[in-house]
Design a protein around this ligand. Structure first.
Ligand code: NI
Length: 167
């Protein structure tokens, strides 16, 4: 396994649209293992392949407190959504920034699991929010892009300052 480096907003590569996975093979299983390790090491609850500069439709998540419930979504599609909810979101690609975003309250998602087996999941609460956040990444969208242009520019300059300070 290996730790992967995470792209930081406003890196243009975060706007790449991911392609469907053609076959869940050893290469994809390795990617999943590396993404999970990277997510756990960064104390995140979700990670999309886009964030590690791999532009295929793979997402890993773990919302459990014990960090022992890895969920894998390959080629995921939201087939139904309803309601509206707001939540203060963060993102490993936008370190230190937390902003409120409005999303669907419930979603039904169809995807393949880590073995390539299809499943359907009805999600609500944090799981539904996280699924929408991660699937946005695969479409090239970062959560701060739901905010006003003014706020986005403030976040960009804040992140630039942070990066400078860590050099
Ligand atoms: Ni994110």
């Amino acid at each position: 396994m290996a730790l992967l480096s995470i792209l930081h907003y406003p890196d243009e590569r975060l706007h790449t649209v991911a392609k469907p996975v053609e076959k869940v093979d050893a290469r994809i299983r390795q990617l999943i293992a590396d993404m999970a390790e990277t997510m756990y090491a960064s104390r995140g609850i979700g990670l999309a392949a886009t964030q590690v500069n791999v532009h295929e439709q793979v997402v890993v998540m773990d919302l459990s407190e014990e960090k022992n419930d890895l969920q894998v979504f390959i080629n995921a599609r939201i087939t139904q959504h309803s309601g509206e909810t707001t939540h203060e979101e963060g993102c490993l690609s936008v370190p230190g920034i937390f902003e409120t975003v409005t999303r669907s309250e419930q979603v039904t998602v169809e995807a393949l699991d880590g073995e390539g087996k299809p499943f359907t999941l009805e999600a609500d609460g944090l799981l539904a929010i996280c699924i929408q956040h991660e699937l946005d990444h695969l479409q090239g969208k970062v959560f701060v892009e739901y905010l006003s242009r003014l706020k986005q520019n403030r976040i960009k300059s804040k992140l630039k300052k942070q990066e400078k300070n860590t050099l």
